[in-house]
Write a protein that binds this ligand. Structure first.
Ligand code: BTN
Length: 245
């Protein structure tokens, strides 16, 4: 069993940066970097991730699976499934996995995940879980949610980081032992938006269609009006399409 080895910091620029550095120095998988706050937290597609000290579980985990670099993105599914299992089985929530790796509860984002591949050495998965926020900045107040808003409880951040680490490593070990198919089958059971009409934006291009699933390469399958399916490998945003009038 891989045991989490947790390194805790005060304020850092980004826990992902520290974990990447540790991976380069040869720290083993299961190493976790956590911090009270980040001054330059990174989100997906060049966005920032803001936090207020003590409100958010901020952590980055090192993975060194023995797979080709082209398969490192599978870790997004492993990590998001581990986090969703933690939210469902420890906190009694109904998390929905929104491709590629957001986690929603009641249609609002509670977790953001950023997986960064580090040459051929492995990858670092950064996780930001909204824990104790009672309100959010205006830009995200309609789209974000926290454990506290959902359950009424106030939580120890360290306990959340340990719990998340253990649940993620459990899914990771199953992935190593049984393969990506096994993980993906379980991921699909918690998938957000199956059968929903969505609008997908990708660098200057928009696709409209119905979510049909995820294929074995991890691509999102979209069915167009004409019934033809298309695999989407990367996107800037996936939004529910409002009903046409
Ligand atoms: C996203 O939804 O855009 C992904 C956000 C990932 C944020 C986490 S917080 C801990 C780790 N360190 C970072 O700099 N980013 C990730």
């Amino acid at each position: 069993m891989i045991e989490p080895r947790i390194h805790s910091y005060g304020t850092v620029e980004s826990t992902n940066d520290i974990a990447i550095e540790m991976l380069r120095r040869g720290e083993p998988e299961g190493t976790v970097v956590t911090a009270l706050s980040q001054s330059n937290g990174r989100g997906r597609r060049g966005r920032n991730w803001f936090d207020r000290s003590g409100d958010c579980a901020l952590m980055s985990m090192i993975f060194t699976p023995n797979v080709h670099i082209s398969r490192m993105h599978e870790l997004s599914f492993v990590v998001s499934l581990g986090v969703a299992n933690f939210l469902a089985l420890v906190h009694g929530l109904k998390p929905a996995l929104k491709w590629p790796n957001d986690i929603l509860v009641d249609e609002r984002k509670i977790v953001g995940i950023l997986v960064e591949t580090v040459d051929r050495l492995g990858a670092v998965a950064g996780i930001g879980l909204n824990v104790n926020q009672i309100e959010f900045p205006d830009e995200i107040k309609d789209s974000a949610i926290s454990l506290r808003i959902l359950t009424g409880g106030c939580f120890e951040i360290d306990e959340q980081v340990r719990g998340l680490s253990e649940w993620i490593l459990k899914v990771y070990e199953e992935y190593l032992a049984r393969g990506f198919d096994f993980t993906l089958t379980r991921w699909r059971e918690r998938m957000w938006g199956l059968g929903k009409r969505v609008e997908i934006s990708m660098t200057g291009n928009v696709i409209i269609g119905t979510i049909d699933g995820v294929d074995l390469s991890g691509a999102l399958i979209i069915k167009g009006e004409d019934g033809k399916t298309q695999a989407v490998h990367a996107a800037d945003a996936v939004r529910m399409r409002q009903k046409e009038r």
